[in-house]
Design a protein around this ligand. Structure first.
Ligand SMILES: N[C@@H](CCC(=O)N[C@@H](CS)C(=O)NCC(=O)O)C(=O)O
Length: 216
């Protein structure tokens, strides 16, 4: 077994691999890099990941970035958990989710909402980009809600897609969307996932407040 390290920022998308490492019972070192405090912009962190983004996973000296690659690496540590899908079709479905969640929902929608400066140098355009980002989040969440008619995004077991979706549910609450009122399937899904000890432990380690009173 390699020595495993995960660099995370509290409540960021790194919560997904954090949960998955707990899920497979992997020993690992969790290293806190709070984005809010600019800790991802230090020289030391930039040397580790020149993209200045979280999460980062290290397996011994091998540094892996990008959430879908990181969840694949975690899945390969414990293939019996099928975190990237248990059949060839399920693997394609998990990748389909992760690609869309990373590229469109995270990179494009939340990128526009939270980081309009990535899309233009013209500050007068920031409000329009931010507004479009918020609308794209809502559109994407409607699609997610329509697809999440069962407890897991793919098949009948936990996959990396579930973990990432849970993070996005939290972000929806964080940006003030009426998640419970608007996205009933997504809410049921998140409440169901919130019972998992692996997620509860990651939330406690990251020092996050529970979202809402879950019916435990
Ligand atoms: N494509 C990257 C995106 C990672 C990313 O943007 N992470 C956010 C946290 S959720 C981040 O590090 N943000 C730092 C910033 O915006 O400066 C991935 O999938 O891992």
């Amino acid at each position: 077994m390699p020595s495993v390290k995960l660099w995370y920022s509290p409540g960021a998308c790194s919560l997904a691999p954090h949960m998955l490492l707990n899920e497979i019972g992997q020993d690992f070192e969790a290293i806190r890099v709070p984005i809010r405090e600019g800790a991802h912009l230090t020289e030391a962190f930039t040397r580790l990941n020149p993209k200045k983004r979280l999460p980062v996973l290290a397996l011994d000296d091998e540094v892996i970035t990008e959430l879908p690659a990181i969840t694949l690496a975690i899945s390969q540590l414990a293939p019996q958990h099928h975190l990237m899908g248990g059949t060839p079709l399920a693997q394609a479905r998990v990748l389909e989710w992760l690609n869309w969640l990373s590229g469109t929902v995270h990179g494009q929608a939340y990128g526009s909402l939270w980081r309009p400066q990535r899309f233009t140098d013209d500050e007068t355009l920031y409000p329009a980009i931010t507004a479009k980002g918020r609308q794209t989040v809502a559109d994407c969440y409607a699609m997610i809600d329509a697809k999440l008619t069962s407890p897991h995004a793919v098949g009948d077991g936990l996959t990396a897609a579930d973990a990432f979706l849970y993070v996005l549910y939290r972000w929806g609450v964080g940006i003030g969307l009426d998640m419970r009122g608007t996205y009933a399937n997504f809410t049921r899904f998140a409440e169901n996932l919130a019972h998992r000890p692996s997620l509860q432990r990651a939330i406690a380690t990251e020092g996050l407040a529970p979202l809402e009173p879950y019916p435990i």
